[in-house]
Ligand binder design. Structure first.
Ligand code: THU
Length: 160
């Protein structure tokens, strides 16, 4: 038996003031996107904003459906829009803000597993890391230097 170990690291920031203006502006776009979420079933709203290397900002919010599994998370709404609109652009950063209607979300909410797998595809395709910043409505902001840091032992195309 041998052990294979991978370490994940998050950097925590007390407020957006500790981050660059570019990141703080991107998070502002994610917050605005969160307000456009369509989440009548979960009452949990998520907004995501992507900064591309062509300077475009792409946003997305979660879109739910009466047939629950047909809905889509904010992160995938944004990443698939970016991929379909700007297939050759690299994604530099992603900002995510999440909050519930009935209580204040004060801690960072990371992307779900399905979104991590989807974002991983683009990180592998572009061969450069996507920085991920995530927060609740208020409180600390978490930063991951790459998606691979959030999804060690990823499933990828290598054996397809
Ligand atoms: N949701 C996201 O938009 N992103 C995530 O990473 C986690 C969950 C959405 C899906 C659903 O509309 C609601 O939040 C509750 O799960």
């Amino acid at each position: 038996m041998k052990e294979i170990r991978k370490e994940s690291v998050l950097y925590m920031y007390q407020s957006l003031d500790e981050l660059s203006l570019a990141v703080s502006n991107l998070m502002e776009r994610a917050v605005e996107a969160r307000k456009r979420a369509y989440a009548p079933y979960s009452k949990f709203q998520v907004g995501a904003a992507l900064l591309l290397d062509n300077n475009e900002v792409i946003t997305g919010s979660n879109q739910e459906n009466a047939s629950y599994p047909s809905g889509l998370c904010a992160e995938r709404t944004a990443i698939y829009y970016a991929g379909s609109q700007y297939p050759n652009a690299k994604i530099l950063k992603m900002a995510i803000s999440a909050g519930a209607s009935e209580k204040q979300t004060t801690k960072p909410i990371p992307p779900c597993g399905a979104c991590r797998q989807s974002i991983a595809e683009y990180e592998l395709k572009q061969e450069s890391p996507i920085e991920i910043f995530f927060m609740g409505e208020t409180g600390e902001i978490a930063k991951s230097n790459s998606l691979s840091n959030l999804l060690p032992f990823v499933f990828d195309k290598s054996e397809l």
